[in-house]
Structure formats: C-alpha cells, structure tokens
Design a binder for this molecule. Structure first.
Ligand code: FMN
Length: 366
C-alpha cells in the first residue's frame, strides 16, 4: 500500500521540495503519538515481534535490532508513534545547544533511480532547552531512545566541548544512550572533530560528564557516529580514542560527500545516503569489526534496503543496525520486512536436527 499508493502521492505533492513529504508524515506521527488508541492500532497492524530478535547491547534490551537513524525525528516529537511502527530503538536529534534553522530550502533531494537522497539540512532543530522542556511532559516509548547531539553552527570549533556538554546535561534524563555527531557534512568544520586530538578532548569530557550526571547509577553510554569518508588511519584513530576514553560504541556511517556509483548526475551539494552508500558503509563496518574484535559494539547503517543487506552488516560485525533512506522509499513496512528476514535467517542457521529435537521435546511436554 505504501509503495503503490501513499508514496506516489507523497512524492508528487512534494516534487519541488521533498521536505514537504517529511513534514506531512511527521505531523501524522506526532498526532498519533498523543492518542493511545491510535498507537495500539498502528502497533497491532505493523509492528513485528519475535523473541529471537531481542538483543542485549550497551546494557540495554532492544526488542529487535532495527533502529531509526539520527535526523528523522530531530526534535523527538513523534517517538511513541515511531516506536509503534516496530523500530527496535530510535535515535532522536541531532540536537544542538542553540536552536537553529538549518540551511535554506530546498535542502533534501531525491534520486529515485539510485534509491538515494542528498541532503544538506544543516541540523535544523529547536535547541536542547526547548526540546528538554517538552520531553519533560511527553510520554516516552518503552524501546531504547538515543539522543544525538551535535555542535551548533554558531559555536566555534574550539568551544565545541561546552556546546556538547550543555546539550548532554539538558537531555540526559530523556535518553538511554547518547551519540556524538561529529560526521554531518553540512555543518562547517564539524567533521574536524573526528580528528584524534579534538575527538579525544570531546569524548573524555562527555564520558566524564555522563559519569557525573549518573551519580550512583550506571552511566549512560556515549557513542560516536563517524563518516564513511574517513581514511583507514583516521578510523584507527577513532577506535583508539573511543577505547581510551570509555566511549561505548561506534555508529557507522553518516552520509558521504562522494558521488561514486550513481546512475543519476546530481549537482546538489550535501551528504548522499541510500543504496549507493551501502558498499562503503559495509566496508567501514567490516574494518571496525576486525579492529575492535568485540571490545565495542558497532551500529551499522548506510543503504540498508533488505534483509540481505542487514545480514551482511551483522556478519561484518554490527550488533545493531539503523535505517533512514529505505524508510523514506519503502515506508514503514521495511521495518517488519527486515526483521522477518532476520528471523528467517536465524531459523536457517539452526541445524535441522535441532529444530526436530525441539519439536519432539514440545510434543513430549504436551
Ligand atoms: C534528510 C536526512 C537528514 C539527516 N540528518 C541527520 C542528523 O541530523 N544526524 C545524523 O547523524 N545523521 C543524519 N542523517 C544521516 C542518517 O542518519 C544516516 O547516517 C545516513 O542517511 C545513512 O543511512 P541511510 O542510507 O539508511 O539513509 C540524515 C540523513 C538524511 C537523509
């Protein structure tokens, strides 16, 4: 129904500015988030649950390993409805210390023949203070919620640490984990925070602050989200710094500034996401997996459109995955599609004899 009816209508009305479709959908999700009966109907018709999908990662329990990537619900206005669709976790944000409008519209561009998007949103959001105030009076879904924080555009790079700390303090009560976005290509110089020295200073300060804010409780995990455009030595630096500072995971990857592998010939500036990103994102996740050897969980994303892509991300070393662009192109059915595929894959991994033994046990217990 989504690809046959809803998507053509949505894409048509938002032909000149794809962001219109985003706001239309977000408005519906936000309204549904306030109506418990609507949430129950959405959940009953869309969410796919199976105990074999449950994951324990970062000290948290995920009902399934398929999450919504950062940047979709920037202000955390539709978390209950997004959870009802069946996501196993949601990364809300990116949030900055100061409210900011982002870049001029249009700033999202669809490349349908590539099943890709280019965006130069520039992290528009209501700012940490306003978001935290609203969250204090909003229901919170029962799945893990990560809050992603980023540097405000107006903050100079050498004052970035305070900017991140401010947002962390404001949002701390409302998240289960926190991601430091140092990889959006649309905020000037932000990606320089991935370099060894600034990253170390940032992670050290934020991890320490998380410990302080937690008091006697377990500190909430701090993760870092990286760009697919990093070189191998730069990825090595991120791994070393993450391990040395007590960061709890790496999210790979954000959008790319590369235009490799495209059928279309777009001339828009911004970060590319979707199918053409998959090969590079997988390569980065595989490299991380080999180097990290289980010492840190990896969340894999970038161009995941089907169960086979998901499986390859897990095989490469990801503990969890996230999606964004396939959610835009395929609609909410993609979440169940990925999860069903994973269950089928898990079922195939169990030797037939074991399945038969289980069946025999069940019969003898009846
Ligand atoms: C319109 C749009 C906005 C995004 N905003 C953010 C953001 O605020 N923070 C972030 O870390 N990533 C952001 N991303 C990147 C996604 O979270 C994700 O890393 C990237 O799109 C690759 O995954 P995908 O191919 O499944 O979309 C955005 C992506 C898109 C398309």
């Amino acid at each position: 129904m989504f690809t046959a009816i809803i998507r053509p209508v949505l894409f048509r009305v938002s032909h000149d500015d794809p962001e219109i479709a985003h706001h239309l959908i977000m408005r519906q999700l936000e309204l549904a988030s306030r109506v418990p009966a609507a949430l129950r109907i959405i959940e009953a018709s869309l969410a796919y649950r199976d105990p074999r999908l449950v994951r324990e990662v970062l000290g948290l329990r995920f009902p399934n390993p398929v999450g919504l990537a950062g940047g979709f619900d920037k202000n955390g206005r539709a978390l209950p409805a997004l959870a009802a669709l069946g996501f196993g976790f949601i990364e809300a944000g990116g949030v900055t210390r100061y409210p900011q409008p982002g870049q001029a519209r249009p700033r999202i561009f669809r490349l349908p023949e590539d099943q890709a998007l280019i965006n130069r949103m520039g992290l528009p959001n209501e700012g940490a203070v306003a978001i935290a105030e609203r969250l204090a009076h909003s229901p919170r879904p029962r799945i893990p919620i990560g809050w992603q924080i980023a540097k405000s555009k107006v903050t100079p790079l050498d004052e970035a640490v305070d900017d991140y700390l401010f947002s962390l303090r404001k949002l701390y009560p409302f998240g289960d984990y926190f991601t430091l976005n140092v990889s959006s290509p649309n905020t000037p110089e932000l990606v320089r925070l991935q370099e060894r020295a600034p990253l170390e200073a940032l992670l050290r300060a934020v991890v320490e602050e998380s410990m302080r804010l937690a008091g006697p409780n377990r500190p909430k995990p701090i993760l870092v989200k990286i760009s697919p455009d990093l070189t191998q030595p730069a990825i090595d630096d991120v791994i070393e710094v993450a391990l040395a500072t007590g960061a709890r995971g790496i999210i790979a990857t954000n959008t790319t500034v590369s235009r490799e592998g495209l059928q279309s010939d777009p001339h828009e500036a911004g970060g590319l996401s979707g199918r053409p990103l998959f090969a590079r994102a997988l390569e980065v996740v595989r490299y991380l997996g080999e180097q990290v050897q289980g010492r840190l969980p990896i969340i894999g994303l970038g161009g995941i459109f089907g169960p086979d892509d998901a499986k390859r991300m897990f095989d490469a070393g990801a503990s969890l995955i996230q999606i964004y662009t396939s959610f835009i192109y395929e609609g909410p059915g993609i979440i169940g599609h990925l999860n069903r595929g994973l269950v089928r894959h898990l079922a195939c991994q169990v030797p037939i004899t074991d399945i038969e033994n289980e069946r025999e046990e069940e019969v003898s217990h009846e």
